[in-house]
Design a protein around this ligand. Structure first.
Ligand code: GLU
Length: 450
């Protein structure tokens, strides 16, 4: 079976897409037990088909900046798999966006979306546009120009984009406004919408809340709990903010936040109201938090030990990487472990490198909640938004939150039991990848060669 997996990975290597290769390597190696047990997947070339997106669209975006000058960016939509439903996945606006990054994110999304148990395929899109430092008008004009092309390939039953890094409620609003004008439709084609025009309550909170629900379930299984735990959180966006909020509700304390300029350590616990004011209202940086909060310390990136992420040097019981991919490497996890950290729950997509994942899985006293299981709450709630839109309804916060909580519990138990079934007890990487893969692969078999 190793030979089959290596052959598929060899083909990916030819494309020189290292981030996608990293994601595919993690998934393909971890599903080896099911490929060995069920030969139909190899017989019907499931892996060869699964690693190739069904459709990739790349387009030019031209928008006018505040000086009246035309600016050009690249836009993409990777429609990876529609085996389980309409393509579903966020849009990322960040200078690092390219096809490699979007293929990694789209590929992860297939399995994550499958794990939610809901009817959604996998996709991802975005642009290399950098929202940092742009005026309100520039953001609006960019979103409108982006939608000019994207609107041609999306639809409530075809492909339903949402937010990701650099795309929040404001950007979804501008894109929805443009979509409506271009298509003459008011439907559930985008999720993460505003509450007055089709958005779902609890969608904003869902990824962070879901990640904490998952961690709670994982610790409960180990006869432990979040109560009294000191936690390190990276990032300071939507995922980090609502992870911190839910951690507090479970009696845990988050002591760090970070962004691309550095991290903040607040040993008293991050003041959520202040953080929300700085990030959601003023759109500021984490250094502004340290300036406003007595006792909080800001450490800039140039002070980090070479090859490490400073935020992981803080002593904690558990870590919630909630910023971006490859932000927690082998040196970081060794430091965390040495300092007493005994669990990691991934709020971001693929924040841990392959080496750091292998290190975590090798420790008998460590619990690792992989991204595609732990952060699936965001996209799951997006699907709840699609359900509400299809029925022209709006559910209460409590109703959505309860559904989210149940979905996260189900994802944990499904991943845990699947790992056990394939003789990898406790290994949630194997469990979640196999559980996610099995459903997609079975649908592909039933659909015939397409
Ligand atoms: N960008 C989020 C993710 O990585 C959410 C996607 C969605 O809601 O469609 O899962």
């Amino acid at each position: 079976m190793g030979a089959y997996i290596n052959k598929v990975l060899e083909n990916i290597k030819k494309a020189s897409q290292p981030t996608f290769l990293q994601a595919a390597t993690e998934v393909l190696h971890s599903i080896e037990p099911i490929l060995r047990a069920d030969k139909r997947y190899e017989q019907h070339s499931i892996l060869e088909r699964l690693v190739v997106p069904e459709k990739v669209t790349q387009f030019r975006i031209v928008w006018i900046d505040d000086k009246g000058k035309a600016q050009t960016n690249l836009g993409y939509r990777v429609q990876f798999s529609s085996a389980l439903g309409p393509y579903k996945g966020g849009l990322r606006f960040h200078p690092s966006v390219n096809l490699d990054v979007l293929k990694f994110l789209g590929f992860e999304q297939i399995f994550k979306n499958s794990l939610t148990g809901l009817m959604i395929g996998g996709g991802k899109g975005g642009s290399d546009f950098d929202p940092k430092g742009k005026s309100e008008g520039e953001i609006m004009r960019f979103c409108q120009a982006f939608m000019l092309e994207l609107s041609k390939i999306i639809g409530a039953n075809t492909d339903v984009p949402a937010g990701d890094i650099g795309v929040g409620g404001r950007e979804i609003g501008y894109m929805f406004g443009a979509y409506k004008k271009l298509t003459n439709l008011f439907d559930g084609t985008l999720t993460g919408k505003g509450l007055k025009w089709g958005g779902s309550l609890a969608r904003t909170e869902a990824t962070g809340y879901g990640c904490v629900y998952f961690a709670d379930e994982m610790l409960k299984k180990a006869k432990d709990s979040l109560e009294g735990k000191v936690c390190s959180v990276s990032g300071s966006g939507n995922v980090a903010i609502y992870t911190i909020e839910k951690l507090a509700a479970f009696g845990a304390k988050a002591v760090t936040i970070s962004d691309s300029s550095g991290f903040v350590y607040d040993k008293e616990g991050i003041d959520l109201e202040l953080l929300k004011e700085i990030k959601e209202v003023k759109r500021g940086r984490v250094s502004d938090y340290a300036k406003a909060k007595k006792g909080a310390e800001f450490v800039s990136v140039d002070k980090y030990k070479k090859g490490t992420n400073g935020v992981w040097s803080v002593k904690c019981d558990g870590a919630f990487p909630s910023a971006t991919e490859n932000e927690l490497n082998l040196a970081d996890i060794k430091t965390l472990y040495k300092n007493g950290c005994r669990f990691v729950a991934e709020g971001a997509n693929m924040p841990s490198s392959l080496e750091s994942i292998n290190f975590m899985l090798a420790q008998k006293d460590f619990h690792f909640a992989p991204a595609k299981a732990a952060n699936a709450g965001g996209v799951a709630t997006s699907q709840l938004e699609m359900q509400q839109n299809a029925g022209m309804a709006q559910w209460s916060f409590e109703e959505v939150d309860k559904k989210l909580h149940n979905i996260m519990k189900d994802i944990f138990h499904n991943s845990y039991e699947t790992a056990k079934e394939f003789k990898h007890s406790g290994n949630l990487v194997v469990g979640s990848n196999i559980a996610g893969f099995r459903k997609v692969a079975e649908a592909m078999l039933e659909h015939g060669y397409c």
